[in-house]
Design a protein around this ligand. Structure first.
Ligand SMILES: C[S@@+](CC[C@H](N)C(=O)[O-])C[C@H]1O[C@@H](n2cnc3c(N)ncnc32)[C@H](O)[C@@H]1O
Length: 237
């Protein structure tokens, strides 16, 4: 089911870049606002689980779900000294949990399935779902052409789809969108293109001509600026 080879390098500074404008919301604060001393959280597609470390004191128990072996192994290392974070291997489309198990379900830039999220949430439970927006890294994607865009064929990655799909299932749906700017060195941009699912079949040798044009048109003092765009759905069962 995994169509992209995710690696723990996705967590590197090179891939994340450096924020030069402020983010539209503080995702950690949003997640913590749903925490109670006895609440249980599930994070779908937790990757290296680094982001979960921020919540250990806020939730009774946190489960990270991750299907990718490399990510899972890295996550095991990252949580080894934490007693209330647990990892389970599995997919968003078939959550390996009993119905009504969680107070909060999160998903940060990973796939999710609303019917499955609904099923595993306790009555009146909440989910916070973070998606990459359609304008995310737009000039970069346009430079390589829509045919090379990794998610070109995923018609369900639009804002309207996310909103409607959530409204079909949950009793309350709040949608927000926001963007901020991030700076990368030219070398970091190459790492980003090699590690993140942005451009299909990216290869810095084969794509040398395109990279030369990016360097000429978009690189200032050896750096490029990208716009990051996110959608945030906060839903209640
Ligand atoms: C972009 S990474 C985000 C990781 C982490 N949530 C974060 O924000 O740092 C996407 C993660 O989703 C996982 N993933 C991909 N397909 C999945 C699926 N069908 N079900 C659950 N997780 C999936 C990948 O293995 C990867 O770890």
């Amino acid at each position: 089911m995994l169509s992209y080879h995710y690696t723990p390098l996705l967590d590197s500074q090179a891939v994340k870049g450096i924020d030069i404008t402020s983010r539209p919301w503080d995702l950690n604060d949003r997640i913590k606002s749903y925490a109670q001393p006895d609440s249980i959280m599930l994070d779908i597609g937790c990757g290296s689980a680094k982001k979960l470390l921020a919540f250990t004191n806020d939730f009774l128990k946190i489960i990270g779900l991750e299907p990718n072996d490399l990510m899972y192994t890295q996550a095991q290392k990252n949580i080894k000294s934490i007693s209330n974070i647990f990892l389970i291997a599995g997919y968003a489309q078939q959550l390996p949990f009993k119905s009504e198990s969680f107070d909060l379900v999160t998903e940060m830039l990973a796939p999710h399935d609303n019917a499955e999220v609904f099923r595993v949430l306790k009555p009146k439970g909440h989910a916070i779902l973070e998606k990459t927006g359609e304008e995310d890294k737009k000039w970069l994607i346009d430079f390589f052409g829509q045919d090379r865009f990794y998610f070109k064929d995923c018609a369900d990655r639009t804002k309207n789809f996310y909103i409607q799909d959530a409204k079909n299932i949950f009793s309350k749906v709040q949608f927000e969108e926001g963007s901020w700017k991030t700076v990368y060195t030219y070398d970091e941009l190459i790492v980003l293109l090699e590690q993140a699912p942005i451009v299909k079949n990216f290869n810095k040798i084969n794509d040398a001509d395109i990279l030369a044009r990016i360097k000429k048109d978009y690189c200032k003092n050896g750096k490029v600026i990208l716009t990051q765009q996110r959608y945030l759905l906060t839903v209640e069962k």
